[in-house]
Design a protein around this ligand. Structure first.
Ligand SMILES: Nc1ncnc2c1ncn2[C@@H]1O[C@H](COP(=O)(O)OP(=O)(O)OP(=O)(O)O)[C@@H](O)[C@H]1O
Length: 194
């Protein structure tokens, strides 16, 4: 049997486009084949979180030194008052230790940074059928405040515009009918799947 390709897969798309829904299905069906990298963060561990399990917890000075050094992070961003980043090493660990394909579930700015890096990844964009449908789904999910929904919709417009740039994504999947989107998603992630 041919070896499983372990080229990382970058999944992006506006909030509410269905990334979590499809990724959960993928991980449930192929638990030994895909994995997520462990990110670095400057935020403090919560509850039972352990260093090297949920995150690599590092002091801000270390994080900033790694950015300055260059070649350590594939992408990094600030959320609230904390820094978060994906390192090359963390992605390699998924392939090395688990023999798995690493999935990066990241937002637009992260995608731009990965594109500039030397990571040889495949890029998949999940697109909602329309902004109106996206709004309904975000409200239907019931996890976001009115302000958060508005912010997400504004950000979605930017993401959709960026996704139109030629050559950014290897595939764009419109998540209209979930079963149809899943079939396309599975085919992209598991190319030998008939
Ligand atoms: N094809 C679909 N048809 C109808 N509803 C859908 C479809 N795909 C996803 N949904 C629903 O839309 C909502 C948003 O999906 P989901 O939470 O997976 O988005 P997301 O891209 O992971 O968002 P975030 O980036 O905020 O985590 C969920 O309530 C989900 O059940």
């Amino acid at each position: 049997m041919a070896p499983i390709p372990t080229q990382p897969i970058v999944v992006s798309g506006p909030s509410g486009s269905g990334k979590s829904t499809l990724l959960k299905r993928l991980l449930d069906k192929y638990p030994d084949r895909f994995g997520f990298s462990i990110s670095h963060t400057t935020r403090a561990p919560r509850g039972s979180e352990q260093n090297g399990v949920e995150y690599h917890f590092v002091p801000r000075s270390d994080f900033e030194a790694k950015i300055a050094q260059g070649g350590f992070f594939i992408e990094h961003a600030q959320f609230g008052s904390n820094l978060y980043g994906t390192s090359f090493g963390a992605v390699e660990d998924v392939a090395k230790e688990g023999g798995k394909t690493c999935i990066l579930d990241i937002e637009m700015e992260g995608v731009k940074q990965v594109k500039k890096s030397h990571l040889d990844a495949r890029f998949l964009f999940l697109q909602p059928p329309s902004l109106e449908v996206l709004e309904k789904r975000l409200r239907g999910r019931g996890t976001d405040s009115e302000d958060a929904v508005k912010q997400r919709l504004q950000q979605a417009e930017k993401e959709l515009e960026f996704a139109k740039t030629g050559g950014v994504h290897d595939q764009v999947i419109v998540n209209d009918d979930l079963e149809k989107a899943w079939a396309e998603f599975e085919k992209f992630c598991v190319p030998e799947q008939k």
